[in-house]
Write a protein that binds this ligand. Structure first.
Ligand SMILES: *Cc1c(COP(=O)(O)O)cnc(C)c1O
Length: 444
């Protein structure tokens, strides 16, 4: 779509064109005409309160996950100049053929400790908050105490009377399952049939009850919700509606602002920040966008990336129908190699929160995800899973909106969301498929 067309009236022109592309499984970009109307302080969650709770729990997390060093579950922010050069040059087709003038960074949530994906941000936070509630209610612990105490035998005994349940395509299950098992909760993960075998195995090894469903992600969630609803001692982690998950994701805003400052990267009206984030139901990218907008206001521009076969959030926002949209009703199958992104409906909470916060959404073909993950491996030696490579595919769109485009003073962050827990064999298979896709690109 040309810039000229969009300038005429984005609201009218853009949405029907995007819906048409979505239905025909073509890659597309939708620009949110309401993103300019964002105001700070229309609060939905308080990321600072969530951050304070995470700080309180740092001693516990340090003991449970020594690999964090200091009990803070955080990932590096890396500049990736070799990947940028490849995306500007020979492999421009993979980034939407933009000029890519901004400095390019990778937010390495694929390497987040404890759960190996972005789900560690929201999932671990929600389980800790629940544990704190139970501990206070049961008189295990006074608010000012060292949280490490909640790893004691006495605490475990109390927690074992409580249950945690979640419906998941995989990564959320890992994050909730691992944290709940550490504390001694009895935990059930309701998995959709497309979830990877190794994720189910890893959870079972940790003592998690994994229930599998023949249907898709939404039916796994619905069963989990039903089962948990009948049990007053059960906490159901609701991926589609949870404010706690959302608040946990939103802490990423302040965390990355500190990392950018440490690198001497400025973000202000003349040094804009652009961020692309893979999206399933929208909780992770929505929460991150929320946190970033709280910090950087109008100087940050956030975008979501979805597979062409599972365009849930873009369909919800572009159609204006939010979570009433189901991709099945649009004739789309939801089948994609991008774990975690294979969902049929966006979260109602996220649709509301993103209305004036998100600048746009784009979709990407699966084959490109593989090519991108192989390219990232070849250029930077970093391995991510297919869904986590989605953010690269939309960099070119950033230059084609009615918002100010990135320039030499801007920074762009591609949010990598999963991969460090992927077993060696699967890695090899992903990389082989990716190399194949790359070589086809070269010869085309
Ligand atoms: C879950 C997930 C996402 C998206 O998160 P949502 O909250 O479902 O939007 C992105 N990437 C990976 C690897 C995930 O597991």
């Amino acid at each position: 779509m040309s810039g000229e067309e969009r300038e005429r009236d984005p609201e009218r022109e853009n949405a029907p064109a995007a819906m048409e592309a979505i239905r025909s499984l073509r890659e597309t970009f939708w620009e949110n005409p309401e993103a300019g109307h964002f105001r700070k302080n229309e609060g939905i969650v308080d990321p600072d309160e969530a951050e304070k709770r995470l700080q309180r729990f740092a001693p516990l997390l340090k003991k449970a996950f020594p690999e964090t060093g200091n009990g803070v579950i955080e990932s590096p922010l890396l500049e990736i100049p070799r990947m940028q050069a490849a995306l500007k040059g020979r492999y421009a087709a993979l980034s939407g053929a933009g000029k890519l003038p901004a400095r390019l960074y990778l937010k390495c949530d694929h390497a987040l400790p404890a759960a190996g994906s972005v789900k560690a941000r929201g999932g671990i936070y929600e389980v800790l908050k629940f544990a704190e509630e139970v501990a206070l209610r049961e008189g295990l612990f006074a608010e000012v105490e060292n949280t490490e105490k909640l790893l004691s035998e006495e605490a475990r005994k109390v927690f074992s009377r409580y249950r945690v349940a979640v419906g998941s395509t995989g990564n959320l299950g890992l994050s909730i399952g691992i944290m709940s098992a550490v504390l001694g909760f009895s935990v059930t993960v309701h998995m959709s049939s497309d979830a990877r075998e190794w994720k189910k195995k890893l959870l079972r090894e940790k003592g998690v009850l994994v229930k599998e469903y023949a249907g898709d992600y939404q039916s796994a969630v619905a069963s989990g919700r039903r089962e948990a609803g009948a049990d007053p001692f059960c906490h159901f982690v609701d991926d589609e509606n949870s404010l706690d998950l959302f608040a946990g994701y939103a802490t990423a805003g302040k965390r990355i602002s500190r990392q950018l400052a440490e690198k001497g990267v400025r973000v202000d009206a003349r040094h804009r920040l652009y961020v692309t984030i893979p999206c399933g139901v929208g909780g992770a990218p929505g929460g991150i966008t929320y946190g970033l907008r709280e910090i950087f206001g109008g100087d940050v521009f956030c975008f979501t990336a979805e597979p062409v076969h599972a365009p849930a959030l873009i369909a919800g926002l572009a159609s204006g129908k939010g979570s009433a949209v189901s991709i099945k009703e649009l004739g789309i199958d939801g089948i994609t190699a991008a774990d975690g992104l294979a969902v049929g409906r966006p979260s109602p909470l996220v649709c509301r929160a993103m209305r004036n916060r998100l600048h746009g959404c784009f979709t990407v073909e699966d084959e490109k995800l593989f090519a991108l993950l192989a390219l990232l491996w070849e250029t930077e030696g970093i391995f991510v899973e297919p869904s986590a490579a989605a953010g690269f595919a939309g960099l070119g769109y950033l230059e084609r909106g009615s918002f100010p485009p990135p320039d030499g003073s801007s920074s762009a962050v591609v949010w990598a969301t999963g991969g460090s827990f992927v077993p060696e064999e699967e890695r090899e298979a992903y990389l082989a498929r990716g190399k194949d896709a790359l070589s086809r690109l070269k010869t085309e």
